[in-house]
Design a protein around this ligand. Sequence first.
Ligand code: HEC
Ligand code: HEC
Ligand code: HEC
Ligand code: HEC
Ligand code: HEC
Length: 266
Amino acid sequence: MNRIKVGILVAAGIFMTALPAWAVQQSTRSSNLKFFRTNNCVLCHSRLTEPVRVSAHFYQWLNSNHEKHRVGCEKCHGGDPMAKDKVAAHKGVFNHASAESRLHPSNINTTCRECHEQAVDAFVTSDHFQKVLKDDGAPNCTTCHQHMANSVVYWPPDTVKLCAECHRENGSASKSLDVPRKGGDIVAAFTRADEVIDWSFYLINEGKKRRLNLRAEESELKKLQGILEAAKLKYHAFDIERSREMADQAFNSASRIKNSLAGRGL
Ligand code: HEC
Ligand code: HEC
Ligand code: HEC
Ligand code: HEC
Ligand code: HEC
């Protein structure tokens, strides 16, 4: 997140925990569509109007970090982006519910792992994954990262609901009924840590404009950012105790930096 946005939010006194992170991020995203001038998946799908189910997915992608980072449709769906003809282009493309699709639950980990090794490895090596493997409703990447990952289940009540699909009386995970509440608390802990780190970076940039030397604070904040990232990986491994601890460590330390910067008149 850039500092201009943080400035506006801080000035307005808006608590970001009230918004899913993506809602804020989307507003300033710039498109990278020029890069896809010769990609026929993008060209043809950008002109489709029907069926709406298919057409809408183009727009989901258009607003995603994947589009911004030049990840085309074929990287996830397969197919041939050089082919102009629909049938030729769709060779290897299947609806994600088909076992042949690169995005079917049994293949999706391999597909996402081509670029997200750490998140996938944390996820599949977890006890959780082994325990839910046989379960039909078992979570996979898209349970939380909805289409093209332009949104994520990051709102505590949604997380509680998701975990409670199994972690409830008579559910498949009825042994651990405190999990939904803990899951909701973790994403809340991530959000506040994200925000206070951004806030502190904003203050540091303000300080730099006044030529203050804040190198020590800046390098400490970068470390805290790393700890928060590691906490998020622990969440992918469903290690919720450790994940929460690390998120709180990042939050508490970044809060101290924020307060001391504010104490210096920033
Ligand atoms: C010439 C136009 C055209 C091109 C090129 C094209 N598509 Fe499509 N695609 C369509 C249309 C039209 C549909 C709607 C269903 C149908 O008519 O087959 C569709 C449907 C799809 C679906 C939904 C399939 C389903 O069964 O739910 C996916 C996924 C998809 N395309 C991905 C791709 C990818 C990936 C590429 C590039 C490798 C691509 N398309 C290239 C026109 C195109
Ligand atoms: C061809 C490479 C590639 C593939 C395949 C790929 N991604 Fe990504 N993904 C990226 C890049 C590049 C970024 C942006 C940089 C980053 O955050 O790592 C990204 C970002 C993300 C983010 C962060 C989004 C954000 O808003 O910060 C998530 C979540 C994500 N991808 C999930 C997935 C999932 C789930 C799959 C499989 C369905 C997948 N990706 C497949 C390359 C890929
Ligand atoms: C239980 C929910 C859940 C599942 C399942 C899940 N994720 Fe995530 N993921 C999250 C949350 C929450 C974040 C943090 C979002 C943020 O920082 O904005 C995240 C962040 C990410 C990121 C960005 C990492 C970063 O440094 O911020 C990537 C990449 C990612 N996930 C990939 C995946 C992949 C690939 C899978 C499937 C193996 C997966 N996730 C499964 C909830 C989940
Ligand atoms: C990061 C991986 C990724 C990229 C890039 C991506 N998709 Fe998808 N797409 C998915 C996943 C996962 C699903 C199934 C689950 C869902 O809808 O969230 C899906 C579903 C779809 C569907 C509905 C049919 C189905 O199989 O469920 C269409 C149509 C589609 N995508 C088209 C596109 C088009 C067109 C592009 C490029 C403009 C694109 N996608 C880029 C991951 C991706
Ligand atoms: C598809 C079903 C399913 C969903 C959804 C699910 N779990 Fe689980 N989970 C299980 C099963 C099965 C077990 C093992 C049995 C048990 O602990 O009751 C388990 C165990 C756990 C454990 C270990 C409990 C312990 O005390 O050892 C944790 C932690 C956990 N889940 C976290 C989560 C979180 C966080 C979510 C939501 C983001 C979630 N789970 C969603 C099925 C699920």
